[in-house]
Design a protein around this ligand. Structure first.
Ligand SMILES: O=C(CO)[C@H](O)[C@H](O)COP(=O)(O)O
Length: 160
């Protein structure tokens, strides 16, 4: 599997982790695109940065470029919620190795959300690396379930 392009967005609560990840992942050979913020502001609002990162993942995906996203905050919850408002995004909150890897393996998640206040920088980086490196299983049952989410997103109707 070739490395995905990585789009990263955070708020003030994830800035230290974001800076670490940009350096660390670049060192590992990933192309990392930083969607901000550019400087620390304790009053900034995570939706701006996370939605920009998620939109960039979709723009790349639609152009045929393999891309994944990382959204960071204090808990990762609001960041996941914001990213999931972008059509086509499947953002998963990762809080241990299982949730990080299963997000790719079962859910084909294209964005990972992590709470910068819930882990050490090293622990969070390891979870994110695990997410980025894990392939989607391509199992029929997972494809079927993801297709039902996409169909609901498209039509507003639930297909049984
Ligand atoms: O995790 C988050 C949202 O899910 C935010 O990072 C968190 O709410 C920011 O908190 P504060 O404004 O108190 O620093």
């Amino acid at each position: 599997m070739t490395n995905p392009r990585v789009h990263i967005g955070t708020d003030h609560a994830g800035m230290e982790l974001s800076a670490h990840l940009i350096k660390h992942l670049t060192g590992l050979g990933y192309e990392v695109v930083d969607h901000g913020p550019k400087s620390y502001d304790a009053e900034d609002d995570y939706p701006v940065f996370c939605i920009h990162a998620a939109q960039a993942v979709m723009a790349d995906t639609e152009a045929g470029v393999f891309a994944l996203g990382i959204v960071l905050g204090g808990s990762g919850n609001g960041e996941q919620i914001a990213a999931n408002k972008v059509k086509g995004i499947r953002a998963a909150l990762a809080w241990n190795f299982d949730t990080a890897k299963l997000a790719r393996e079962h859910n084909n998640a294209n964005v990972v959300a992590v709470g910068g206040r819930q882990h050490t920088v090293e622990e969070a980086a390891a979870l994110i690396e695990a997410f980025l490196a894990e392939p989607f299983s391509e199992a029929e049952r997972h494809i079927r379930r993801i297709a039902k989410i996409a169909s609901f997103e498209e039509t507003g109707a639930i297909s049984e």
